[in-house]
Design a protein around this ligand. Structure first.
Ligand SMILES: [Fe+2]
Length: 427
């Protein structure tokens, strides 16, 4: 049986409740999800002016490592330079418009276009043009170098912003570094890197993870693992969060005499004994926190910057416009939601998982990236449950009978996201 000892609550991520803005009750127009014109406005006024995650640092650990990523119609090339810096470039050769790199990742000391072998160094500078003398107008290296994109890093991620005049990343992120630096994402290791094609607007996916109203309906088993009633919602400048107590069943399941299987699985993984909690399931969450704190040193984990609740709970953050983070002490499950190039009815769902390393481990390279279609294989029970409705939401929104989103109070992160989006669109 696990001894319950009193452990002083550590600092950790701030948990103070943010003031509630008055956002009204208006229907959110469906056109924002289905209209090519609104998609164009999003591109011109929002996607090209916000900081976006390009990749993890451990996808490009060595000099010459690169990844390609895309946002809308733009392909971007993120490269680790000889000075150790990550740089982002538009992935296009200034000769005849070929993409410089076609593959998702690789390593090369120079960036050579596959068409006529124009060659750029890792800082994007044009360094070699075959038969250069034949260009009678010349090949001015400074004008024909790869076009650089503003790049910065935070949390072990490489971020980029297509607006050269944007605010610094730190200003854009606002409260996020103060809140999430305690998790030390920069020391975590990516263990899953998957993209799934989904047949819905990118915001339908963002919405699906910005509310827990649906939890009792489509994830009934999660009622035995987390309390989706006592959830704190905080809305910030652009970003938002909810804090969900885990290892504590929701009130709707009533009083339990035995630890439910879904919770027992997490306890057994920690070396706890679920049977010891017969008749006192409400004590599990605190015991779970204490156990993690007490065994951390022996297992090689450092939770010193995390508060006790962070050892059990999901601190669920949304970083505008498209990053959803399910954050646990040992694991960050992140969704990056990207729009399709041309079709508002399609999107790319990037699923990545980062794992906390022990103090003895060195960070391995990220796993290979995979790209699949929805339904090719399971994403796990909960994400399968989440994604099953999305194509039908998108189809339903095209119905003449449907006007737009009728949002409840517990879904207000969706309204907040739209408020932020419309501040960009309105300018
Ligand atoms: Fe869900």
């Amino acid at each position: 049986m696990v001894a319950i000892t009193r452990i002083e609550k550590l600092g950790g991520t701030p948990v103070a409740k943010a003031p509630e803005p008055d956002m009204g009750h208006a229907i959110i127009p469906k056109d924002r999800y289905i209209s090519p014109e609104f998609m164009r406005l999003e591109w011109e006024r929002m996607w090209t002016r916000v900081w976006l995650v390009g990749c993890r640092e451990e996808e490009i650990p060595e000099t010459g490592d690169y990844v390609t990523t895309s946002i809308g119609t733009e392909s971007l090339l993120i490269v680790r330079g000889e000075d150790g810096k990550a740089r982002t470039f538009y992935n296009v050769c200034n000769h005849r418009g070929n993409q410089v790199k076609f593959d998702q990742c690789g390593n090369s000391r120079t960036l050579q276009c596959a068409y006529h072998f124009w060659e750029y160094d890792l800082t994007g500078r044009l360094v070699a043009v075959p038969d250069e003398q034949d260009f009678t107008q010349g090949c001015p290296k400074d004008q024909l170098s790869l076009k650089a994109v503003k790049t910065d890093t935070w949390g072990g991620f490489v971020w980029f912003n297509l607006n050269p005049d944007s605010e610094p990343l730190g200003d854009y992120l606002g409260i996020i570094p103060e809140h999430l630096d305690p998790y030390e994402f920069g020391k975590m290791a990516m263990v899953m890197n998957l993209t799934v094609d989904w047949d819905c607007n990118w915001k339908a996916s963002v919405d699906a993870f910005n509310e827990y109203y649906h939890t009792a309906c489509i994830h009934p088993e999660l009622s035995y693992l987390h309390d989706d009633v006592d959830v704190q919602i905080d809305l910030y400048d652009r970003h938002s969060r909810y804090l969900i107590p885990f290892q504590r069943p929701a009130p709707r399941v009533g009083e339990l005499q035995e630890v439910p299987d879904i919770m027992a699985a997490d306890m057994l993984a920690l070396g706890m004994e679920p049977a010891a909690f017969r008749g006192r399931v409400d004590a599990v969450r605190r015991a779970f926190q204490v156990h993690k704190r007490e065994t951390a040193e022996e297992l090689g984990y450092d939770y010193n910057r995390l508060g006790d609740d962070q050892l059990s709970d999901d601190y669920h953050y949304f970083v505008f416009p498209n990053i959803t983070m399910n954050i646990f002490a040992d694991r960050l499950m992140m969704f990056r939601q990207r729009p399709h190039e041309t079709d508002p009815n399609r999107m790319y769902f990037d699923l990545s998982i980062m794992r906390r390393l022990t103090k003895a481990e060195t960070r391995p390279r990220a796993p290979d990236h995979e790209h699949i279609r929805h339904g090719d294989r399971s994403l796990g029970l909960v994400l399968d449950q989440d994604s099953v409705n999305l194509p039908h939401i998108q189809k339903g929104m095209h119905s003449s009978a449907y006007q737009g989103l009728w949002i409840s109070h517990i879904e207000r992160r969706i309204r907040h996201m739209h408020e932020t989006l419309m501040k960009y669109i309105a300018i």
